[in-house]
Design a protein around this ligand. Structure first.
Ligand code: NAD
Ligand code: G6P
Ligand code: MN
Length: 441
């Protein structure tokens, strides 16, 4: 079987060790000859890189491993780039969450003003790594889960339409695991129909391979419990604040009992509730810095100190195995069915062709082929149209360096109560994002 060369961009990510462990666990399905980490923060990445070097020597010495901040070294001779960069790192995530909360507005990594601010930062970083990839390995595919994926995907559509970039999200995969547990199946047993935008969508069908429909059974469960399940199903999405999110799906279903909701809809349908239940002095970024980031980096330092990765404290990120499935789909033309963020072009019949939507696709060596989801009802379509216009206007604002467009984008977000609040927020966000955003006129 062919062996592949993989670069992880954003090598200093809290998710890097879990993904490396997951890749090692899947070598029989997706053989690797070379594994590289690339980050523009060599110090941060080095902590993980040094530890992973020890781990690889002990577990897969045949794989050539390196970590680098040199784009040429990182992107030369690579078949796949798995990208998860966070432009501005956790310090800026904290700002994205806390600045909106000052105005009584949802403070979230990817939704509302925080997501817009993050989007304005991410576009440049993403273009930079796409260009490196195309320069040094034109045949390489990028499997991108850098956020905010909706805005990043729209920016790719507009600014790098020919690039081999596939934008994906793990939330539907994580929620499907919960659904599979609710009905006593495995995720692999289930096939879904789904439509929406990234972090903004609904399941319209969840069937097993024999064609039995579980939608009503899952709805009955969710109406009582949300997506909260008893057994640990996930390596991620387990903190208390995530449990509250899974539970809140109960209220999302109540307001729209037709379909099963993506958990992220809570920020648009219950923004007042979310603000009330947020702590403006200790947001999710703080939880992650004190939790996942600390655990992962402490474990890495310990490995390096001890010189061995035995009992390392690194865990296989099993929820991320969909990244292997996607890489395999491209590499071996498996025609796997997966949710992807793609240009609509009729997949949702009554939605704009040029919208980036999240729908099931068949993925093979030429990339994703979206599956038709038919026409969608007005309630969902209206919400989606408002949101997709926010995403499009953010990218327009970035391209045109337009203050007015970004003000309008913020005003259009369902999370923002007025143009006045939008303007005050924008002025604050501009201050906080100096050096990261293009200068707006
Ligand atoms: P993190 O801050 O721990 O890691 C991100 C790394 O990216 C940092 O080491 C940083 O130095 C690096 N980086 C920033 N700008 C860069 C650039 N221009 N070039 C190269 N490297 C750069 O963040 P994390 O919490 O581990 O998350 C990583 C990313 O993955 C985030 O964007 C997050 O939102 C995303 N994510 C997405 C999904 C999804 O469903 N799509 C799921 C989980 C995480
Ligand atoms: C889910 C979403 C990601 C998001 C992540 C945040 O997995 O799909 O897009 O980045 O949650 O999780 P965190 O634990 O960092 O708050
Ligand atoms: Mn996501």
């Amino acid at each position: 079987m062919k062996k592949f060369s993989v670069v992880i961009a954003g090598g200093g990510s809290t998710f890097t060790p879990g993904i490396v462990m997951m890749l090692l666990d899947n070598l029989d399905r997706f053989p690797i000859r070379k594994l590289k980490l690339y980050d523009n923060d060599g110090e941060r990445q080095g902590i993980l890189g040094d530890a992973l070097e020890i781990l690889l020597k002990e577990n897969a010495p045949e794989i050539e491993f390196l970590h680098t901040t040199d784009p040429e070294e990182a992107f030369t001779d690579t078949d796949f780039c798995m990208a998860h960069i966070r432009v501005g790192k956790y310090a800026m995530r904290e700002q994205d969450e806390k600045i909106p909360l000052k105005y009584g507005v949802v403070g979230q990594e990817t939704c509302g003003p925080g997501g817009i601010a993050y989007g304005m930062r991410s576009i440049s970083g993403m273009l930079e790594i796409i260009d490196y990839m195309e320069k040094y390995s034109p045949e390489c595919w990028m499997l991108n889960y850098s956020n905010p994926a909706a805005i990043v995907a729209e920016a790719c559509r507009v600014l790098r339409p020919e690039a081999k970039v596939l934008n994906i999200c793990d939330m539907p995969v994580g929620t499907l695991r919960r659904m599979s547990q609710i009905v006593g199946k495995t995720p692999a047993d289930l096939e879904v129909r789904y439509f929406g935008l990234n972090h903004f969508g609904w399941w319209t069908s969840v069937k097993d391979k024999e064609g039995h429909e579980y939608l009503d059974e899952i709805k009955s469960y969710v109406a009582e419990n949300g997506y909260l399940t008893q057994v640990e199903v996930d390596t991620q999405h387990m903190d208390e604040s995530w449990q509250a999110t899974h539970k809140k799906a109960k209220d999302l279903l109540a307001v729209n009992p037709r379909y099963l909701p993506n958990t992220y809809l809570k920020y648009y349908l219950f923004p007042d509730y979310e603000v009330e239940h947020s702590d403006s002095s200790y947001s999710r970024a703080n939880e992650v810095m004190d939790g996942r980031e600390k655990t992962v980096f402490d474990a890495a330092r310990k490995i390096t100190e001890r010189g061995t990765a035995k009992d390392s404290g690194f865990h296989i990120d099993s929820h991320a195995s969909f990244i292997v499935d996607l890489a395999r789909a491209i590499a071996f033309n498996t025609h796997e069915r997966m949710l992807m963020i793609v240009e609509n072009n009729g997949a949702i019949a009554n939605f704009p062709d040029d919208a980036m939507v999240e729908v099931p696709c068949i993925v093979g060596s030429d990339g994703p082929e979206p599956l038709s989801q038919g026409k969608i009802p007005d309630f969902e379509r209206t919400l989606m149209f408002q949101q997709v216009m926010v995403e499009k206007m953010v990218v327009e604002a970035y391209v045109e360096k337009s203050y007015l467009k970004l003000w309008q984008a913020l005003t259009l977000s369902k999370t923002v109560p007025s143009a006045g609040v939008a303007k005050a927020l924008l002025d604050d966000l501009i201050e906080a994002n100096r050096g990261f955003w293009p200068e707006l006129k």
